[in-house]
Write a protein of this length. Structure first.
Length: 137
């Protein structure tokens, strides 16, 4: 089983060095094999950085691409996690599913909230998705 996560730095909101801890600790606890972020920021910690999110997708053809997006096809409670997955998240106001989804065979999932306003930060959404994966295993 291989689990990888790819996301995007919120460069306009906070520095990657600050954002690093919001992603790193939960991903480690859920056994994520590799964490990939775009664009390259120069953070010299345990994260792989790529210029574009599409580079992370292209570098992992053996994994099922799962877009975590508020417009995802399947609600999380009904989602069956693939054994080997690359979970792909965007950033505030950027949906990678809309940008890359047409070019790649993929599945998509949405985290439904009570108000359905799509206000989860990507680092929050991935923790919910990984928790769901662990519960269903």
């Amino acid at each position: 089983m291989t689990i990888k996560v790819a996301g995007m730095w919120e460069l306009g909101y906070c520095a990657p060095l600050t954002e690093f801890d919001l992603w790193a600790f939960p991903l480690r606890d859920f056994g994520v094999a590799e964490w990939i972020m775009a664009p390259v920021s120069g953070v010299q910690k345990k994260v792989t950085e790529v210029e574009r999110l599409g580079d992370a997708i292209a570098a992992n053809p053996e994994l099922t691409v799962v877009f975590v997006d508020e417009a995802g096809e399947t609600p999380l409670q009904d989602f069956e996690h693939p054994e080997n997955a690359l979970y792909v998240l965007g950033r505030a106001n950027f949906s990678p599913m809309r940008s890359f989804g047409a070019d790649h065979e993929h599945v998509s999932v949405r985290v439904e909230t009570q108000e359905a306003k799509g206000l989860l930060w990507p680092h929050q959404a991935i923790v919910i998705v990984l928790y769901d994966r662990a519960r269903k295993a």
